[in-house]
Write a protein that binds this ligand. Sequence first.
Ligand SMILES: Cc1ncc(COP(=O)(O)O)c(C=O)c1O
Length: 381
Amino acid sequence: MKLFDVYPLNNITITRAKGSHVWDEQGTAYLDLYGGHAVISIGHGHPHWKGRIEEQLSKISFYSNSIHIPLQEALAEKLGKVSGKDDYQLFLCNSGAEANENALKLASFHTGRKKIVAFSKAFHGRTSLAVAATDNSNYRAPVNETDNVTFLPFNNSQALKDHFIKHGNDIAAVIVEGIQGVGGIHIAENEFLQTIRQCCDTYGAVYIADSVQCGYGRSGKFFSHDYAGVPADIYSMAKGMGNGFPVAGIIIHPAIKPKHFQLGTTFGGNHLACAAALAVLEVLESEQLIDHAATLGNWLMQELRQLTVLQNVRGRGLMIGFDVPEHLGALRQRLLTEHHIFTGEAKPRVIRLLPSLALLQAEAGQLIDALKKEIALLPIS
Ligand SMILES: Cc1ncc(COP(=O)(O)O)c(C=O)c1O
């Protein structure tokens, strides 16, 4: 049997990883500023994370959600404490798309309404409702087409207000990333998120903060939406939550009440996933990685801004993007092949940095050195 060929691949096979580095079959080390797509939050193979998973594995790795799983309660308590959302309720699942799917479905159950507002360049995942709220028609199959989702311009408060004035009583939810990731690192302005909050309050709609990529401390706050100073009703999370162990969830405001059987999952919240997720929160706290992400991110953005050939350096914490000018079009590939640095991308020519939150300043400095070398190779114009 062959693999179903859905990804263009780099011709590299990673066999080992530690901290912010990965090694290929030949033993070549690469600096990982991509974090396997924003997934590695506390560093590859962190000893506390490994230890917690191994210890759990030796006891029990899985049983269904038909029994009491105290690790889930421990996770809910710890997550409430670290995120500052103690009074929210946790529902666990397995992936970012599934988290958003459940968030949107729950909003519809709660309000009894069908309409969803999403924004230009949004990415919310590939399950049916999540992909319907994703602003990329290439990802939507005919069966995903629906008139229940309206796309409005991102960061345009007036367009949002106008839409609510016309359709507010039909709107179940507004879903928004605090920093758009796949869309190319675009920060939701505080005033825009505050307007979402106001509109949702006025019309009884649910504000869903998609924190799958921008959450879990990456932005320098636990949720990047927190910069706006207004709470969301539901936060979805995944990627950094398990540091590579598949685990995801939504946290839900106490005003939204649970009903048996509305949501459910076989694998979500299994013992191993909870152990991994608890380990991540423990390390975020003990190593103060959220503050570190804020500080190092500021330093890195300052350094990047000195390299004036790079355009529109932007981001928060360790979620950073910049535009690569056309004449440096091969930059990302050259960082990988010539300097052994993994970075992320967004179309058309954005480099995205999504490293572990435990990245060291010296490691971030390697990127700056590599970029300087590449820029020095440019012909003088
Ligand atoms: C903001 C956002 N939401 C949802 C998803 C989907 O997550 P997953 O791939 O775990 O389903 C992603 C993945 O990149 C994402 O960036």
